[in-house]
Ligand binder design. Sequence first.
Ligand SMILES: C[S@@+](CC[C@H](N)C(=O)[O-])C[C@H]1O[C@@H](n2cnc3c(N)ncnc32)[C@H](O)[C@@H]1O
Length: 238
Amino acid sequence: MTIAAPLTPWACETAGPVRPMTGSAVPLRALDLFCKAGGATKGLQRAGFHVTGVDIERQPRYCGDAFVQADALNPPFDLTSFDFIWASPPCQAHSPLKAVTKKEYPDLIPQTRAMLQASGRPYTIENVVGARLRDPVRLCGGMFGLRTYRHRDFENSFLVWRPEHPRHTALTSTKKRKRDFEAGMHISITGDVGSWCGPACMGIDWMTGDELSQAIPPAYSEYIGRAAIDYIRHRVAA
Ligand SMILES: C[S@@+](CC[C@H](N)C(=O)[O-])C[C@H]1O[C@@H](n2cnc3c(N)ncnc32)[C@H](O)[C@@H]1O
């Protein structure tokens, strides 16, 4: 992992146009904008991408292949250097907690979408349910055997099948979560619940509780990352 200074245009050095997967030793490159400690990044790596993360704050536990500290809406490199772009703009503008805190947060989704569309690269924008995404695919922990339901929506510039959504049959704990978890319940990952629930609930074992509470399970981005690779492979073959 490289912690690069802001505005270091290193990412342009080795990147090129979309590469075919078959027979190529060079992995496809993904950019993870607003990466935090890398829940989305981990799944993209598992799908087969080399991943560069961008966050405005330093991320000492970021799990990706390279890291650039910068404003994701003004990235210090050419977006067309990447084969696929993932973006997880902050969700506070759409979160139900907004009603409690009564704070106003900027909605960065329209600006993010405009930037990604201008790049011409396949992209995914991830956010909470209630965010104004276009025709999103909703994923749920129940689709991946996780012990949290944690719905998240994904706007994709390419086709992603909606997996079957299993019924929620497990009880979900929102208080005294450690005790209830040990008793076999699912738990809700909100606030700084602690890192103990990471492996079983999120498939994450490298984050603090705070990082975990803002992450998506890597299983979600692995699922979408695989669809992105299929799309890129077919586009190259066509
Ligand atoms: C919801 S978290 C992303 C979590 C990540 N997708 C995961 O799965 O672990 C949003 C991140 O956006 C970052 N952020 C907020 N505004 C930013 C900006 N303008 N440029 C880059 N990062 C920003 C925050 O520091 C935070 O780490």
